[in-house]
Design a protein around this ligand. Structure first.
Ligand SMILES: [Mg+2]
Length: 255
């Protein structure tokens, strides 16, 4: 019998034909849940999300330019609102949060139609390729967007129907806790307790990488948001790409 070490297996896998790779992959441990971040990973709204945030503060709390100087990348909506309320010295209570988010989703829907956004390169192909894999993984979301905001954004770009599970900014303010919730929900969806190495997180910020590590998940960092691949590489994700289409789905899921 010939024994191959991990590096030799990887080389053999990459050089085999597609059919051989699929057959080979069928018998290997595989990714069973893929969790996508939204902004900068699946889509770019062209600034509609940030504009909706500002507009909701303008209409509900008579405050303009609230998001100026606030970093949105990788943050949860609930954490951002807390920061803005603090800045404006407004009480961060349930009533004000509801008031803000009711206005936010209205303006989000309004601005998505006006701003020039897009689905990130390679996303449609990647999702299709995931669906063609043998024992294709479940697809979920791991996002700081509140659930309704996520739905409004992804319905606008025709992507919402792909996702059967997820964790959202209104589940928890801390993104690392969202990863735990996403793993639990994903486990219920697939019918067994998922190990970290059976989960792939795809995101565009160091905070996505960090939250994937909170559940020992594998992580693919993509530089379609605000960070370059060099910046993302410093945080040691398992894969880095300028765009998703650079990476072969089977290479990632059956590694
Ligand atoms: Mg993002």
């Amino acid at each position: 019998m010939i024994w191959l070490d991990a590096a030799q297996i990887q080389v053999a896998f990459r050089t085999a034909s597609f059919a051989t790779r699929l057959a080979f992959a069928y018998f290997r441990a595989v990714i069973r849940l893929v969790l996508f971040d939204i902004d900068g990973t699946l889509i770019r709204t062209g600034g509609a999300g940030m504009r909706a945030f500002d507009k909701a503060f303008e209409t509900e709390f008579k405050s303009s330019g609230v998001t100026k100087g606030v970093s949105f990348a990788g943050r949860t909506d609930t954490g951002l609102v807390r920061e803005c309320f603090l800045k404006l010295e407004i009480s961060h209570d349930a009533k004000n949060q509801r008031r803000f988010f009711d206005a936010y989703v209205f303006w989000l829907d309004h601005f998505l139609g006006q701003f020039h956004g897009q689905v990130c390169f390679g996303v449609h192909d990647w999702i299709e390729a995931l669906g063609r894999l043998p024992r294709s993984p479940a697809l979920g979301l791991l996002t700081g967007n509140i659930r309704l905001g996520a739905e409004i954004k992804l319905r606008h770009y025709g992507l919402w129907h792909h996702f059967r599970s997820g964790a959202f900014g209104d589940d928890h303010e801390n993104r690392n806790e969202l990863a735990v919730i996403a793993r639990e929900r994903g486990s219920r969806l697939v019918g067994s307790s998922l190990r970290g190495d059976e989960i792939l997180v795809i995101g565009d910020t160091p905070l996505d990488i960090q939250c994937a590590r909170a559940v020992n998940a594998r992580v693919l960092a993509v530089a379609t948001g605000g960070h370059t691949s060099e910046e993302l590489r410093l945080h040691q994700p398992d894969w880095v790409a300028d765009e998703l289409r650079e990476l072969d789905v089977a290479d990632v899921c059956f590694r």
